[in-house]
Design a protein around this ligand. Structure first.
Ligand code: FE2
Length: 317
């Protein structure tokens, strides 16, 4: 594998187009995001974490406009602009918070924005459930009360692309974004037929989420889903009930993935783009060698429902 041009630090945001910002904000508010800024043409939503925004909607056709990643430094932006084929120059980010970016086209033609210099904001207060488990009593003299409410999205976690040329997509992302493989899923009867590739950010010894970007083999290229971390399992369930009560479109969950181990719940926005809530991910570091697993051990739920066909077919463009 060639040396990557840069190693990105984390995911920054998803940028989607939508014809109606009121509808977009309604869904995203029910989903647990908070409005940071809204202009005539765009909606910037944040979580409780330090990022100014993690979900951007631009008024226009319902399109996947870009997936944004955070660079470690401005020097990395310049390196990418210089060395990546087809990259834009380093350009100012003309949006609230500012910063700089380089735009690239990934293997299927989707826009990747690599960004740096958008200042962080103060974290917001978060609700956490303290659980008394079979192993330990940690909530002493306090009652557990969960009121009906949207969940609290903390941060953006990962994006998943469906792609007809999975090997090409993974190679592109490894070269331009510096991902390392956490797990590869292959066909049951053919260890060389790659079906899914779970990639994480390379931060060396530091433990990071099991995947920041996953690629799934599919006949159509598109965004399969974008995913956000919520506070804990109570928060995820409360958010589920809230979205259901508002008549939002549920797709899959609640369950626990095998690869990545997240407790998950999937919803569709008003234009059918799949948004995931998860809590409790595996975290890995450089000490963990890439793993290879057959489909029967990979793409399934440990508990909860298995993936419906509609989820497997999801590929928004
Ligand atoms: Fe996911």
């Amino acid at each position: 594998m060639p040396e990557p041009i840069i190693k990105i630090h984390d995911l920054a945001w998803i940028r989607l187009g939508a014809p109606d910002l009121d509808q977009a904000e309604g869904f995203l508010t029910d989903f647990g995001l908070l409005r940071q800024v809204r202009t005539d043409d765009a909606l910037y939503m944040r979580g409780t974490g330090e990022a100014q925004h993690i979900h951007i909607t631009e008024r226009g056709p319902d399109r996947v406009l870009a997936i944004g990643f955070l660079a470690e430094s401005e020097a990395d932006l310049h390196r990418l602009a210089r060395e990546a084929a087809g990259a834009s120059g380093v350009e100012p980010l003309n949006q609230p918070g500012g910063g700089k970016r380089v735009r690239l086209k990934e293997h299927n033609g989707f826009t990747i924005e690599v960004v740096h210099g958008t200042p962080t904001v103060a974290k917001l207060p978060e609700r956490h459930s303290v659980m008394n488990t079979g192993a330990a009593r940690e909530r002493l003299g306090e009652f557990q009360r969960i009121t009906p409410r949207p969940c609290q999205v903390k941060r953006i976690g990962h994006a998943v692309l469906s792609t007809p040329d999975i090997e090409g997509s993974v190679a592109w992302a490894q070269l331009h974004l510096g991902f390392v493989v956490s797990e590869h899923v292959h066909a049951e009867d053919d260890p060389d037929l790659l079906l899914a590739s779970f990639n994480r950010a390379d931060r060396g010894e530091e433990f990071v989420d099991h995947h920041i970007m996953m690629f799934g083999r599919h006949h159509r290229a598109g965004l399969n889903h974008v995913s956000f971390e919520v506070q804990d399992i109570d928060d995820l369930h409360a958010g589920h009930d809230w979205l259901k009560a508002q008549g939002r479109q549920h797709l899959w969950g609640i369950g626990r993935h095998l690869l990545g181990s997240q407790i998950f719940d999937y919803w569709k926005d008003p234009w059918g783009r799949v948004h995931e809530h998860w809590t409790d991910t595996d975290v890995l570091n450089a000490a963990m060698a890439p793993r290879k697993v057959p489909k029967s051990e990979g793409l399934r739920s440990q508990w909860g429902p298995q993936a419906p066909q509609e989820f497997r077919e999801a590929a928004s463009v």
